[in-house]
Design a protein around this ligand. Sequence first.
Ligand code: ASC
Length: 162
Amino acid sequence: MQVNPPDQWRTMMKLQKILLASTATVLALSAGFAVAQFQKPEDAIKYRQSAFTVMANSFGKINAVVKGDVPFNKDEVAKNAAIVAMISTLPWQAFGPGTEGGKAQAEVWSNNAKFKAASERMQLAAVDLNKAAQSGDLDSIKKAFGATGASCKNCHDDFRKK
Ligand code: ASC
């Protein structure tokens, strides 16, 4: 059977288009993976631990005020609560599949829906704490601080190694 040249060209052009499109898709996906999923599991562990460290530092500074160890400075508490609220959104993207390790318990991955819900409760509590802190009302700050601390503990109890 003979295939005339124009048909062959059309087929080749079709194949070329498909190849180009799929190459572009693969490149786009792998670029996304490198950013969102980290190069190595250790990179993800370091990222989430760093975020928790920064968050705990600011949370600890508010704790000192709530306990009365440090005098209440409205601007300092507002700044630290904003940091807590901001940073609270970051660690979760670094708990992806294949990033087991650090102090994370296996339940993070085996019961991921519960982990996600606990992380969302903490982020919402941090938003409330930030609202209270921006208002500058120490009583509401104390209340919101207690609720945020409880949301940290709640997640640690189930998902962090002791
Ligand atoms: C902190 C901190 C935590 C939480 C938690 C609250 O200051 O570093 O992990 O509070 O202890 O229960």
